[in-house]
Design a protein around this ligand. Structure first.
Ligand code: CDP
Ligand code: MG
Length: 154
């Protein structure tokens, strides 16, 4: 079934200039980009985003990392998008991630692991809602129109 998922290209991958390569890999894997923006996460936003990990030994390091520079937030659509993006991302620790996965290619360590991939459809919706208004998700006219779209119609 067609699903939506949510992803973040984390600050280390943005700083390394890997945004294009990561988007290419997502597109090559069949994902349609239906939401895309550059954000600088505040400490409060990062703490809330990762609230499930509050109290864990890596929490402060993670929040500091996620606020260290711009990230790219993405809403992606595909068949089986949630599981598919988790597969493309690879294991949390880049050293344990399979060859060819995004975390293996662009991750530096378990914290600076290049990408986030939501772990369920419900969490994807909730996480995307933190960064996108409904009208910033573009689905209606995703395929290039044969004639120029009317103003605002895409
Ligand atoms: O992102 P994923 O769902 O694979 O892993 P998680 O267990 O939900 O952890 C969320 C994020 O916390 C990871 O993507 C890492 O950036 C970070 N983390 C960490 O810094 N140290 C760990 N031991 C585990 C996770
Ligand atoms: Mg997780």
């Amino acid at each position: 079934m067609t699903e939506r998922t949510f992803s973040i290209i984390k600050p280390n991958a943005v700083a390394a200039g890997a945004v294009g390569q990561i988007l290419d890999a997502m597109l090559a894997d069949g994902f349609r980009i239906i939401g895309l923006k550059l954000v600088c996460m505040s400490r409060n936003e990062a703490e809330k985003f990762y609230a499930v990990h509050r109290g864990k030994p890596f929490y402060d390091r993670l929040v500091t990392f996620m606020t260290s520079g711009p990230s790219v937030v993405l809403v992606l659509e595909r068949e089986d998008a949630v599981a598919g993006l988790r597969r493309l991302a690879g294991a949390t620790d880049p050293a344990k991630a399979a060859e060819g996965t995004l975390r293996r290619r662009f991750g530096e360590n378990v914290t600076r692991n290049a990408v986030h991939a939501s772990d369920s459809v419900e969490n994807a919706r909730e996480e995307a809602g933190r960064f996108f208004d409904e009208r910033e998700i573009v689905v209606a006219r995703y395929a290039p129109p044969a004639v120029e779209a009317e103003d605002g119609a895409c």
